[in-house]
Design a binder for this molecule. Structure first.
Ligand code: ADP
Length: 260
């Protein structure tokens, strides 16, 4: 079990890193020259005002920007030291290792069970799908609520349950990293608290990177915080330092609510 906080951002090999990463939409930069190292089995929060490039940066970690027309990229994204854009790298393989959960819960219009096993099934999983589904649902803290109703539609669940189902769906792919883009912003406070508790448990096994514009959430939940502003990484460090002793004036102004 991982309990002690890491001594510094760069201690040990980062699982994900960016090198001088610039991402443009139709030539206009949304992320500018970002160097970031994401430590393994920790929660890293990406914060900053709307439009500062958080989602664009998050999508770069598993090549989800590939799906957006007009995107161009310079620099590198490394996963365990390997360039995920290197020739011969399969983006599908990258996304199997680095899963994503979106802002709005988006279960498929299928049963709870089908939602969880859909990815492993189309990827040719040869093990016991029932056992895999149970494990993923347990890890997503949803099993007890759905175990007698696995054939119910995923869409019949509450918003918070749907988001945990989407997390279970991501976990069933047996990823190492889970990227979350504002996973609680469509949820009520009780469901948000459950997701936060869940993420806290999941970091024992998984690396988590979450975008949030909720600063209290970043402060409560994350080990490291990256503050982006107008596409630039202004400051990155242990969350406690970012919120209590930021080095940069812009960080201080943002975390104390002076803008954003
Ligand atoms: P955030 O997640 O911090 O709100 P985004 O990464 O969504 O920021 O957006 C960063 C910048 O890139 C914004 O100026 C936004 O308008 C622009 N942008 C985002 N997505 C697209 C897109 N698909 N096409 C063109 N511009 C985009």
């Amino acid at each position: 079990m991982v309990t002690a906080p890491p001594p510094a951002v760069a201690a040990g090999a980062p699982i994900l890193s960016t090198r001088n990463l610039t991402i443009r939409y139709g030539g206009v930069p949304a992320v500018r020259g970002v160097d970031l190292e994401v430590p393994e089995r920790r929660i890293t929060a990406v914060i900053g005002p709307s439009g500062c490039g958080k989602s664009t940066l998050l999508r770069a970690f598993n090549r989800m920007n590939d799906f957006i027309e007009g995107v161009s990229m310079e620099g590198q994204v490394l996963y365990r030291g390997r360039d995920i854009h290197a020739r011969g790298t399969d983006p599908v393989e990258v996304r199997l290792r680095i899963g994503m959960v979106f802002q709005k819960p988006n279960p498929f219009p299928k049963t709870i069970y089908q939602n969880v096993v859909w990815g492993p099934r189309i990827n040719g999983y040869r093990g016991d799908l029932r056992a895999l589904a149970e494990e993923a649902l347990r890890r997503a803290a949803l099993w007890d609520e759905v175990k007698d109703n696995l054939d119910r539609s995923g869409l019949a669940l509450s918003g918070g349950q749907q988001q945990r189902l989407c997390i279970a769906r991501a976990l069933a792919m047996q990823p190492e990293v889970i990227l979350l883009d504002e996973p609680c912003s469509a949820l009520d406070p009780a469901s948000t608290a459950r997701i936060e508790d869940l993420l806290f448990e999941l970091k024992e096994r998984y690396t988590i990177v979450t975008v949030t514009h909720n600063m209290q959430q970043a402060a409560r939940l994350s080990d490291f915080t990256a503050f982006l502003w107008q596409g630039e990484l202004v400051e990155y460090g242990p969350t406690q330092e970012i919120f209590t002793r930021p080095r940069e004036k812009r960080t201080e102004d943002y975390v104390t609510g002076k803008f954003g």
